[in-house]
Design a protein around this ligand. Sequence first.
Ligand SMILES: [Zn+2]
Length: 87
Amino acid sequence: MFLLFGTRPALTLLVVVTFLCDYCGQTVAQHVYKKTNKFTLFFVPLFSFSKSYFVECSNCGGATALTEAQAHRSMRTAGGTPDPHDR
Ligand SMILES: [Zn+2]
């Protein structure tokens, strides 16, 4: 008998906000993402064991890490609500 296990990253687009990019100096859409790593067993994702947030510029692709609070604040600013299951 053998077990086939591993991890799989997943990106979720939380919100798109517009502000001045620190990298390219343009005021363009910035995509706020949540990245989760999921434990898989026989390629079936079972649970998330880590997550991180970052914002990526749509113009230059420059990415900056965010805290969970910053990501949720950007969602509230854009009129969205944070996912209640996102802990
Ligand atoms: Zn940029």
